[in-house]
Design a protein around this ligand. Structure first.
Ligand code: NAG
Ligand code: NAG
Ligand code: NAG
Ligand code: NAG
Ligand code: NAG
Ligand code: NAG
Ligand code: NAG
Length: 554
C-alpha cells in the first residue's frame, strides 16, 4: 500500500525538483569574459621568394593580425604588389632580382629531371649570394619600424630568420612542408629520390633513404652552407644554422589527411589549408560556359611553369579527344604563362583526321573555353566542375581539396612530386602523369577513371569536409602569433623562459640523451659482458667435466 503511494508520488516529486533546478538555472548567469588585452605590435612578414601564390597564405594570416590592430609590414622580392588585395599592409621591396617567370633560371631548371633537390640548391645559391644585402635590408626595416616579431617564409629565407634571432625577437616560421620543420625517420620526399612514406619500403630502400640520400644532399649543400657561414662570420652574425631552421613557432600550411599523419612538438602546428575569406567570382562569360556544361574539366598549370610545344599540343589533343569520347562535355584551360604560339599549328588525332590549332585556341570550339586567366576558386567551386588538371602547387591543391574536386596532376618539378604522391596515396583523390612521357591515351584513361571511380568520389567528399573544418585554423595561427607577442612582450628581450611551455626537452637534451641511447648502450655492454661470462662458465665447467672424465678413465 505504502509502496504504491510512493510510486504514484514519484513523478510529481521529480517534476518539483526539476522546477527548482530550472529556476536556479534561469538565475544569475553572466558571460565568461574572453577578451584579450591587446596593444598594437609591429610585425614583419619576410619572404625571399615572393610571388603572389607563394605569399598568399602568409598574407591571409597577416590580414587577421591587421584586423586585430597590429601593424604588418611585408618585405619581399619580386614585383608582386599586394596592396589592392590586402589593404592595410605596408610593403617594402627587396628588389626584383630573382625568379620572374619568363627569363628566370627557374624555367631552365624545372625541365631537368634527375636530382630534383637541385632546385633547392639553386635557391640556396641565390639566397647565399644575396645574403649580405638581404640581411641589411631586413635589419634596417626591423630597426626603422621597431619590429616586435618576425614571420619568415622558411624557404631560402636565412636572412629573415637570422635577423630575428640576432635581434632577440620571436621568429615564426611559415612553410607548407611538415618534413622541413619536424622531420620523421619514416617519411621522405620524392624530391630526395624517395617515397613520401618509408613504411612499406624494403630494408635496402630505407637504408638508402635514411643514410645515403641525406649524405649526398648534405655534400651537395656543403659549399653553400660553408659560404653562408663565412659571410655570417664576416658580418659578425650569430650563426644559427641547424638542420631544422631555428624558429620559436613553426606554422605548417597543411593538414593531416593530405599530409601523412605524424606526431609534432607543441611549437610545430599544422594550420592549413589557409584560404582567403573571399574570392573573385566567375566572369559572365565563364559562368555561361560552366552553366551550359554538366561535366567540366578545368585545366591550369600555375603561373611559374611551362610545358614544351610538343607537350602542350599533346595536352590539347587529349582535351579534344576527351570531349569527342564523351568523357567530359566541356573544358576550360587557363593558359596563364603559355602563349598561343606554344602549340603545333595542326593536331593529328588517333583516327588520322587533322585539325587546325589556332581556331580552337581562339574559342571556335563550342565546348572548349581557352582563357588567359580564370578565377580559379570560383571555377572549382561550381558544381559542374568535375575534375582539375593541375601542376599540383600548394594553393591549387588546397582549393581542390576544399571544393572536393578530384585532380589529375602533372608535377613539373621538385616539391610538386611530393604533393602529387600525397594527393594520390594519402588523400586518395588524384592520379598523376609522368612529365617525361606524356601520352594521350594515358591521359584519357586517367580522366575517365577519376570521374567514375567510387573511391575517388568517397575520398573527395571526406577531404572536402576535412579541409573545410581545418580552414578555420588560420585564426588559430593568428592567436598563436599573438601569444608569442604577449609572452615575449613582458620583457624587452627574450629570456631563457621564453616558450618553455611549448618547447620539448628533446631539443635541449641532444639526440643521444633524448633517445636514451646511452642507457641502451650500457645495457648492450652489460648483456655482452654477461654473455661473455656465461661462455666462460660453460667452457670452464665442460672443461672440468672433461678433465674429470679423463682422470676417471686413467
Ligand atoms: C632577364 O633576362 C635579360 C636578358 O636575357 C636580362 O637583361 C634581365 O636583367 C633579366 N631580368 C631579370 C629580372 O632577371
Ligand atoms: C655582398 O657579397 C658579395 C659577394 O658575396 C659582394 O660582391 C658584395 O659587394 C657584397 N655587398 C655588400 C653591400 O657588402
Ligand atoms: C613508392 O612506392 C610505390 C609503391 O608503394 C612504388 O610503386 C613507387 O615506385 C615508389 N616510388 C619511389 C620514388 O620510390
Ligand atoms: C603499408 O602497408 C600496410 C599493410 O598493408 C597498409 O595498411 C599501409 O597503409 C601501407 N602504408 C603506406 C604508406 O602505403
Ligand atoms: C615534354 O616532352 C619532352 C620530350 O618528350 C620532355 O623532355 C619534357 O620533360 C616533357 N615535359 C614537359 C612538362 O614539358
Ligand atoms: C561557392 O559556392 C557557393 C554555393 O555552392 C556560393 O554560395 C559561393 O558564393 C561560391 N563562392 C565563390 C567564390 O564562387
Ligand atoms: C607543394 O608544392 C608547392 C610548390 O608548388 C610547395 O611550395 C609546397 O611546399 C608543396 N607542398 C607540400 C606539402 O609538399
Amino acid at each position: 500500500m505504502i509502496n504504491k503511494n510512493l510510486i504514484f508520488l514519484l513523478p510529481i516529486l521529480i517534476l518539483l525538483l526539476n522546477q527548482v533546478h530550472i529556476n536556479a538555472v534561469a538565475q544569475d548567469y553572466v558571460p565568461r569574459n574572453i577578451d584579450i588585452e591587446r596593444s598594437p605590435k609591429n610585425i614583419l612578414v619576410g619572404s625571399f621568394l615572393g610571388g603572389r601564390s607563394h605569399l598568399k597564405p602568409m598574407l591571409d594570416v597577416a590580414t587577421i593580425l591587421i584586423e586585430r590592430g597590429h601593424n604588418v609590414i611585408l618585405l619581399t622580392t619580386g614585383k608582386y604588389e599586394p596592396s589592392s588585395e590586402y589593404p592595410g599592409l605596408k610593403q617594402i621591396t627587396l628588389g626584383s632580382k630573382t625568379l620572374t617567370p619568363k627569363n628566370s633560371s627557374n624555367r631552365l631548371n624545372i625541365h631537368k629531371d634527375k636530382d630534383d633537390y637541385r632546385i633547392l640548391i639553386h635557391l640556396m645559391r641565390l639566397a647565399t649570394e644575396t645574403y649580405n644585402v638581404t640581411y641589411e635590408k631586413f635589419k634596417n626595416a626591423a630597426k626603422e619600424n621597431d619590429i616586435d616579431l618576425f614571420i619568415c617564409d622558411v624557404l631560402a629565407s636565412q636572412a629573415c630568420i637570422d635577423v630575428g634571432n640576432n635581434l632577440n625577437k620571436p621568429v615564426v616560421g611559415f612553410i607548407a612542408s611538415m618534413q622541413m620543420m619536424e622531420p620523421k625517420s619514416y617519411k621522405s620526399d620524392p624530391m630526395f629520390g624517395c617515397n613520401i612514406s618509408l613504411e612499406n619500403e624494403s630494408f635496402f630502400e630505407r637504408f638508402r633513404c635514411t643514410l645515403i640520400q641525406p649524405l649526398q644532399i648534405a655534400y651537395a649543400y656543403k659549399p653553400f652552407v660553408r659560404q653562408l657561414n663565412d659571410i655570417r662570420d664576416q658580418m659578425n652574425i650569430k650563426s644559427v644554422s641547424e638542420i631544422v631552421p631555428k624558429v620559436s613557432l613553426a606554422l605548417i600550411d597543411t593538414f593531416f589527411g593530405f599530409e601523412l599523419p605524424q606526431s609534432t612538438a607543441p611549437n610545430v602546428q599544422e594550420i592549413g589549408p589557409v584560404l582567403s575569406e573571399e574570392y573573385p567570382p566567375l566572369t559572365p562569360e565563364l559562368s555561361d560556359f560552366i552553366n551550359g556544361h554538366k561535366r567540366v574539366l578545368y585545366v591550369a598549370f600555375g603561373t611559374r611553369f611551362f610545358a614544351t610545344i610538343e607537350n602542350n599540343t599533346k595536352i590539347l589533343q587529349s582535351l579534344i579527344e576527351a570531349i569527342n569520347n564523351k568523357i567530359v562535355d566541356g573544358v576550360i584551360w587557363a593558359l596563364s604563362e603559355t602563349s598561343k604560339d606554344e602549340f603545333n599549328p595542326t593536331l593529328t588525332f588517333t583516327d588520322g583526321t587533322q585539325v587546325q590549332t589556332l581556331p580552337i585556341l581562339n574559342n571556335i570550339h563550342p565546348h572548349i573555353h581557352i582563357t588567359k586567366f580564370a578565377p580559379q576558386f570560383a571555377v572549382l567551386n561550381h558544381t559542374n566542375t568535375k575534375l582539375f588538371f593541375s601542376h599540383g602547387g600548394a594553393g591549387s591543391t588546397h582549393e581542390s581539396l576544399y571544393t572536393g574536386t578530384p585532380m589529375l596532376v602533372l608535377p613539373f618539378g621538385g616539391d610538386q612530386m611530393g604533393n602529387a604522391s600525397k594527393l594520390i596515396k594519402s588523400a586518395g583523390i588524384a592520379l598523376s602523369i609522368n612529365k617525361n612521357a606524356l601520352d594521350v591515351k594515358d591521359i584519357l584513361n586517367k580522366i575517365d577513371f577519376l570521374l567514375k571511380d567510387e573511391h575517388i568520389k568517397k575520398n573527395s567528399k571526406r577531404m572536402k569536409y576535412l579541409a573545410r573544418i581545418n580552414s578555420n585554423r588560420k585564426y588559430r595561427a593568428a592567436d598563436l602569433i599573438e601569444y608569442m607577442l604577449y609572452s615575449s612582450g613582458l620583457n624587452e628581450y627574450l629570456d631563457d623562459d621564453f616558450l618553455k611551455e611549448w618547447i620539448p626537452a628533446e631539443s635541449r637534451m641532444g639526440f643521444i640523451k633524448a633517445n636514451n641511447l646511452d642507457v641502451y648502450g650500457v645495457l648492450f655492454i652489460i648483456i655482452l659482458a654477461l654473455i661473455g661470462i656465461a661462455f666462460k662458465l660453460i667452457k670452464y665447467t665442460s672443461n672440468s667435466l672433461f678433465d674429470r672424465k679423463k682422470s676417471k678413465q686413467a
